[in-house]
Design a protein around this ligand. Sequence first.
Ligand code: S3P
Length: 168
Amino acid sequence: MEKHNIVLIGFMGTGKSTVGHALASRLGWRFINTDDVIEEQQGMSISDMFAKLGEPVFRQVECDVIRKSLEGMNCIIATGGGAVLAEQNRAVMKEKGYVVALTADADTIIERVSQDQNRPLVQGDVAERVHTLLEARKHAYDFADRKIDTSKLSVQEIAEMITADLQL
Ligand code: S3P
């Protein structure tokens, strides 16, 4: 494979972290969850970061973390759902990785994210927030090399599809 990393993109709750872990253990590659790196680096949760520093600061840190995560090779990188909104992120993802967009239907997403307090963009009326954001971002993940609907597949099936694509 020319591209030496696998980048998982997709809306919140589409399974990027879960699939990323499975892929990493299957391939023996390193797993990086950019949200976790950001939280560790900043010493605060994503929610606190949005509340205390604001979303633009989060987005700037996210850009830096994505760029650095892609400097190496043989990494599986799970990105935050909004990372694809910045052109520079899309460019570096495509240059350095095989980009896989995970999707899920709205009901599946709502069910997966509704218990989570650490997703500031979908607090309050979760269903309404998810529908609005899904509409706003409906083409945001189209630049991926490959799209997989995770609603009805097992994690192992998804990991299998990706490794088969890459003949890994
Ligand atoms: C965001 C998604 C979150 C996190 C932040 C913003 C977004 O990541 O980066 O809350 O804009 O969609 P997950 O997709 O892992 O939930």
